[in-house]
Design a protein around this ligand. Structure first.
Ligand code: ADP
Ligand code: MG
Length: 239
């Protein structure tokens, strides 16, 4: 079976400044992969390139064995959830969930069914008539995840989705996202700067620093056998 996502010598430059320096990474179908690393190391840039929101400067990006460097975002079968939720403020929760499907000209009853199903999974059915400003941070993030689910993507990308939530809610949402992964079985790539999130959620952790992968592996392998002091420091293991 082809890898779900494969990065081959991926490079990203903004003007003259190279910020991702030839990253190689293979992600298997159904893997929950967590990107960690300090602010500015290129986590969001990598996700945005995979999503098709940012052009790739060099290298090859493959999804399920197919090179997709030039495939537009809408055709990649990838849904991304952002830290800032990115909900439409003037639309109800229902409309936020339905919007992408309406744009794709899906029949109304089918849209309704998909929205109901996503709302049920995220337990936001009682909120469907509200506007985003009438929701708590946790509820907004549930809607954002629900919107990703309605698109039935092959791959989910999460860019620090819990950073705006308080500690208690973060723990709760962590469990819910892990359950979602368990139930749906999709490949998921999750960016965080929170080591606990990485250690508890990941099948595979990818530690990045300044546009390079320092180490990639199972959480316990990184913890027990960090490749260098940077990884040891970041994962929190003694060395
Ligand atoms: P992270 O998500 O790990 O915090 P980013 O991927 O956002 O890091 O950024 C990686 C590097 O690329 C940083 O040095 C950042 O300043 C730079 N960068 C990100 N977006 C842009 C942009 N649109 N234009 C120029 N530089 C950018
Ligand atoms: Mg970022």
């Amino acid at each position: 079976m082809a890898a779900s996502v494969e990065l081959r010598k991926i490079v990203k430059s903004y003007g003259d400044l190279e910020v991702v320096h030839g990253v190689d990474l293979t992600i298997e179908p159904g893997e929950f992969v967590v990107f960690v690393g300090p602010s500015g190391c290129g986590k969001s840039t990598l996700l945005r390139m995979i999503a098709g929101l940012e052009p790739i400067t060099g290298g090859e990006l493959l999804i399920e064995g197919e090179r997709i460097n030039e495939v537009p975002a809408a055709k990649r079968g990838i849904a991304m959830v952002f830290q800032s939720y990115a909900l439409y403020p003037h639309m109800s929760v229902y409309q936020n969930l339905a919007f992408g499907l309406e744009t794709a000209k899906m029949p109304k009853p089918e849209i309704r069914a998909k929205v109901q199903k996503a709302a049920q999974i995220l337990r936001i059915e009682p909120l469907l008539d509200r506007k985003p400003k009438q929701l708590s941070g946790g509820q907004r993030q549930r809607v954002a995840i629900g919107r990703a689910i309605t698109r039935e993507p092959r791959i989910f990308l999460f860019d620090e989705p819990l950073s705006n939530l308080d500690a208690e809610l973060r723990v709760q949402m962590r469990v819910e996202i892990a359950k979602l992964h368990n139930d749906l079985g999709n490949t998921m790539i999750y960016v965080t700067h929170d080591q606990v999130e990485a250690m508890t959620m990941a099948d595979k952790i990818v530690v990045l620093s300044a546009g390079n992968i320092e180490q990639a592996g199972a959480p316990l392998d990184l913890y027990n056998k960090p490749a260098n002091l940077f990884v040891a420091g970041f994962i929190g293991s003694p060395k």
